[in-house]
Write a protein that binds this ligand. Structure first.
Ligand code: FAD
Ligand code: NAI
Length: 466
């Protein structure tokens, strides 16, 4: 039996950041991970490989179409899909090895295998070779993440009906890829394959894409993606999918009911959300229960059982790597007796399509529902000089500020590189900035970030460049 201050189950952004912070604070710490590499969903089959393919496919399309030619760069690119996948896999390996290095640096023991809680303060780890390591700890942190939500009638076989992991490693470019779910995964991976040459159809149950995001930004993004060639079937549901060796036959009908239609695809990507993962974790051995959605509840990262903590995708809140990371640090600091809060109002969200969508804080729909008086400042990228010279003028910056105090309540951006710009507003909002604070802050010229400042100025109708 090995004894530690903290045992963390799961080596994703929640688990590995918790382990590193615990090491930094001088705790003895073990991180249990069943996968053969550290980094969880994010590094292995999530954030990082998807961004690698988004980057590569964006450049491919720019070179292939009129974009490079308009800049005076004449090339005739050929797609080498095997190389594109190889560079993605090599980047992922580099990153997962990086976590191993950080574990060594911070004296974290990686216990390889699947962890099961066997009683208060006890975890058994079953390795691939059948051996079992018994661990004991004052505190246990559950960071076991999530898995794709299945869709009844559309069984994922990862041959023709695939989940996001399958869509990150297709052997060839599908002629027709059908995506079920117009959420983040559907739009990002749909974009990758469209850029590489697929016809892409996205089927969404609701009448809008990206539920939860500010509606105006979602509509702008949908228009941009439709212009690029993605077809959207909103308000539709798939009732059946039959896979064969060379494709899938789908039946779909309006979500509200009505005549059904059929659709043929080479591949179908099921991306209707993710659900918490607690399989084999031994929750019953300590009396931990999940809710109807399979989620473990928490209060300041404490589960309902003393000495057991929960962070990341397995618990409430957005399923995002940076949210898991924030919770990891806060949870370990609480275990160490420090006070640390996660500000759930200020967790940014980004969709890494082209244009990108980035947001933080309240949407207009939320403010209306709350009955809060607010002012809107908007600025289009068509009026931003850097965006113009780069020929990337789609989208806008929108700042929502309290009508009485001018405090920034929400920021919603669609446009070029907005993922790199939203952090400015996260910091400003953390310090309860007013729109005027941003408007009076000098921004470098020429940058796209000037559009953010102009949007803040426009809360009082003072934008100078439109
Ligand atoms: P995970 O990363 O899922 O890690 C949990 C780990 O626990 C896994 O490695 C699993 O093997 C291990 N585990 C589970 N049970 C046990 C057990 N009993 N014993 C041992 N180990 C166990 N988020 C973003 O913020 N930005 C993005 O761009 C982004 N892109 C994404 C793209 C895709 C395609 C997907 C699928 C997700 C993406 N996400 C993104 C979401 C992000 O990956 C997750 O929010 C994040 O990984 C959650 O971290 P976590 O530590 O809670 O769980
Ligand atoms: P999602 O929740 O973003 O989108 C799912 C979509 O599927 C929604 O629009 C929903 O209305 C729709 N849907 C649900 N049931 C349906 C049905 N039966 N038929 C048709 N449509 C249906 O989930 P997604 O895209 O699977 O991503 C899972 C998680 O991974 C997200 O919570 C997200 O936070 C995370 N992620 C984050 C990324 C990022 O930060 N850039 C990238 C990829 C994933």
């Amino acid at each position: 039996m090995k004894t530690y201050d903290v045992v963390i189950i799961g080596g994703g952004p929640g688990g590995y950041n918790a382990a590193i912070r615990a090491g930094q604070l001088g705790m003895s710490v073990a991180c249990v991970e069943g996968r053969s590499t550290l980094g969880g969903t994010c590094l292995n089959v999530g954030c990082m490989p998807s961004k690698a393919l988004l980057h590569a496919s964006e450049l491919y399309e720019a070179a292939l179409g009129s974009e490079f030619a308009n800049l005076g760069i004449e090339v005739k690119p050929t797609l080498n899909l095997a190389q594109m996948m190889k560079q993605k896999d090599e980047s992922v390996t580099g990153l997962t090895k990086g976590i191993e290095f950080l574990f060594r640096k911070n004296k974290v023991d990686w216990i390889k295998g699947w962890g099961q809680i066997t009683g208060p303060g006890r975890v058994n780890v079953s390795a691939e070779n059948g051996s079992v390591t018994e661990l004991q700890a004052k505190d246990i942190v559950i960071a076991t993440g999530s898995e794709p939500t299945p869709l009844p009638g559309v069984t994922i076989d990862n041959q023709r009906i695939i989940d996001s992991t399958g869509a990150l490693s297709l052997p060839s470019v599908p002629k027709h890829l059908v995506v079920i779910g117009a959420g983040v995964i559907g739009l990002e991976l749909g974009s990758v394959w469209r850029r590489l040459g697929s016809q892409v159809t996205v089927i969404e149950y609701l009448e809008r894409i990206c539920p939860g995001t500010d509606e105006e930004t979602a509509k702008t993004l949908q228009r941009a993606l439709a212009k690029q060639g993605i077809s959207f079937k909103l308000g539709s549901k798939v009732t059946q999918a039959t896979a064969s060796a060379d494709g899938v036959s789908l039946s779909l009908e309006p979500a509200a009911g009505g005549a059904s239609e059929s659709l043929q695809a080479d591949y179908v990507l099921v991306a209707i959300g993710r659900r918490p993962y607690t399989k084999g974790l031994g929750l019953e051995n300590v009396g931990l229960e999940t809710d109807k959605r399979g989620m473990l509840v928490n209060e300041h990262h404490r589960s309902t059982v003393p000495g057991i903590w929960v962070i990341g995708d397995v618990t409430s809140g957005p399923m995002l790597a940076h949210k898991a990371e924030d919770e990891a640090v806060a949870c370990i600091e609480r275990i160490a007796g420090k006070a640390h809060e996660v500000n759930y109002n200020l967790i940014p969200g980004v969709i890494y399509t082209r244009p990108e969508l980035a947001s933080v804080g309240k949407t207009e729909e939320q403010l209306k529902a709350e009955g809060r008086a607010y002012k809107v400042g908007k600025f289009p990228f068509t009026a931003n000089s850097r965006a113009k010279i780069n020929h990337e003028t789609e989208g806008f910056a929108k700042v929502l500020a309290d009508a009485n105090t001018d405090e920034v309540l929400g920021v919603h951006l669609v446009g070029p590189s907005v993922s790199e710009m939203i952090g400015e507003f996260c910091v400003a909002m953390e310090f309860s900035a007013s729109a005027e604070d941003i408007a009076l802050t000098c921004h470098p010229h020429p940058t796209r970030s000037e559009a953010l400042r102009q949007a803040a100025m426009n809360v009082e109708g003072m934008a100078m460049q439109i």
